[in-house]
Design a binder for this molecule. Structure first.
Ligand SMILES: Cc1ncc(COP(=O)(O)O)c(C=O)c1O
Length: 371
């Protein structure tokens, strides 16, 4: 199977499902009293929605995805655990689907509360109410949240457990105290929330970086995403890096080698020019595969155990690397674009983006091989 896929395409990602499991265990160990809901939206951050869900299903209490079609795909693949939909339901049909499929729904607006209140649903749904504590993207004010909780009192198709949650805007920035302000806002508002008898309130604040760094944010539910995939969590060095294993390795293969003279350039727009006689290897990968178009000259690539530099612009299907100093590079050699040796966040930085963007941007023509 693995051989077959590699033969089909010499550019591929290798996904280590055991690494994802062990990263999930690390997330749990950081907050032993919380339940950790595995965030597997956007095709499990590019690692394969169903494959990742199947490998984690025995360990997790629930999964989170962004949109309903992702949740449906999981149910169709036989995943039985509860699935939280972070964008909730947008229509009556979606609400009914949620009822039939045991989806949990986020509600972040008056519109969504009204939709749930006025659409009769076959099985009770669990609602997660989003409080806006400062991100100002989706989420309700405290007043709207209080009114909403009142308005659904006694509604037979809404479960008695109500989760109040919020999302941080800067938890990955080590020197930024915005998360403390958000927690202060959240906790001071949360203690004033009143609910009817028999209703249970639970809370959720922490994403990956908060799980690792902000113990105060740990409540009944945590929501680890990027850490499951073993990425750097912070804008500075942090010891958590040693506890996490990158789950995705992105490989491509040398399909051309040439010698060029001083003064000759490589790639569209002639954005890199040789300052010495140079040996250039060309790899069968480009921005159409998800290698970042804006990766600059000098972005690291690993070949035959050596770090070398990207030279010239990234094309749709090709990139070039300077292998002048390596005597043994030949057609067919495999290069690591990111993975265990080259951190995706290092490549991301060279392309002025973040690892989330690179992982989720791997395109459909790149086979995923599971190990
Ligand atoms: C509401 C919500 N919770 C949790 C997460 C997971 O965040 P992270 O990947 O930083 O752990 C996300 C991701 O964007 C999110 O939108």
């Amino acid at each position: 199977m693995i051989q077959e896929l590699i033969i089909k395409r010499n550019t591929y990602t290798e996904i280590d499902l055991n690494a994802i499991k062990s990263n999930y265990q690390f997330a749990c160990s950081c907050a032993p009293n919380a339940k950790s809901i595995a965030v597997i939206k956007a095709n499990a951050y590019g690692h394969g929605l169903v494959e990742v869900a199947k490998s984690l299903e025995d360990d997790v209490p629930a999964f989170a995805v962004a949109i309903m079609s992702e949740a449906i795909e999981l149910r169709e693949a036989g995943i039985a655990k509860p699935i939280l939909i972070l964008q909730g339901a947008q229509t009556e049909d979606e609400l009914r689907l949620a009822g039939r499929n045991n989806f949990w729904l986020c509600v972040y607006s008056e519109h969504q509360v009204e939709l749930v209140r006025t659409t009769s649903i076959s099985n009770p749904v669990t609602l997660w109410f989003k409080l806006d504590s400062g991100l100002h993207r989706l989420g309700m004010s405290f007043d709207l949240l209080s009114q909403s909780l009142k308005s659904i009192e006694g509604c037979p198709w809404i479960n008695e457990t109500r989760v109040i949650y919020t999302h941080f805007s800067c938890s990955d920035e080590m020197k930024n105290d915005e998360s403390d302000l958000q927690m202060e806002e959240f906790y001071s508002q949360a203690k004033n929330i009143e609910v009817e008898e028999g209703t249970k309130l639970e809370y959720s604040l922490a994403n990956s970086s908060a799980i690792v760094r902000l113990e105060n944010s740990h409540k009944q539910w945590n929501r680890p995403g990027i850490m499951l995939y073993g990425m750097n969590l912070f804008d500075e060095n942090h010891s958590s890096k040693q506890k996490l294993t990158p789950a995705m390795s992105f490989y491509s293969t040398v399909i051309g080698i040439r010698e060029i003279a001083i003064g000759e350039s490589v790639g569209y727009g002639k954005k890199w020019t040789a300052e010495r006689p140079s040996k250039i290897a060309t790899l069968s990968v480009g921005y159409a595969d998800g290698y970042p178009r804006h990766a600059k000259n000098g972005t690291p690539v690993l070949i035959n155990g050596h770090r070398v530099k990207l030279v010239g612009r990234v094309s749709m299907d090709l990139i070039s690397i300077d292998v002048t100093e390596l005597s043994n590079v030949k057609i067919g050699d495999r290069a690591e674009l990111w993975g265990r040796n080259i951190d995706a966040s290092e490549v991301a930085e060279c392309a002025e983006t973040i690892s989330y963007d690179l992982l989720t941007g791997i395109s459909q023509r790149v086979p995923r091989v599971y190990i």
